[in-house]
Write a new protein. Structure first.
Length: 105
């Protein structure tokens, strides 16, 4: 029983370490062939947004808005993939669901 508790504690520590690493790791998403780039942390926090001046047309702000949304969504998808890569095996070891809000596994 003691060994089982120690294993569970180690898994929780590993999970916490992986979450901290995700919070420090940045991933990027882009749209419009790189005209708009969004950078988010592995935990999904938006850190940066870069818009190439070529993407800015005062007569067509809708397209720019669509590119921003697409870049942020792509970055979010990349962050989710990173979360699954880093946390998925740890969460499975803890019995399935991670208990982390926003994570689908």
């Amino acid at each position: 029983m003691q060994q089982l508790l120690q294993q569970a504690q180690k898994m929780q520590q590993d999970l916490a370490a992986a979450q901290e690493e995700l919070a420090r790791t940045e991933v990027e998403g882009q749209a419009g062939g790189g005209l708009v780039k969004a950078t988010v942390t592995g935990s999904g926090e938006l850190r940066a947004l870069v818009i190439d001046p070529k993407a800015v047309d005062p007569q067509d702000t809708e397209t720019l808005a669509d590119l921003v949304v697409a870049a942020v969504q792509a970055a979010g998808e990349n962050a989710q993939a990173l979360q699954q890569q880093k946390l998925g095996p740890l969460a499975q070891g803890l019995g399935g669901g991670s208990g982390i809000p926003g994570l689908p596994f």
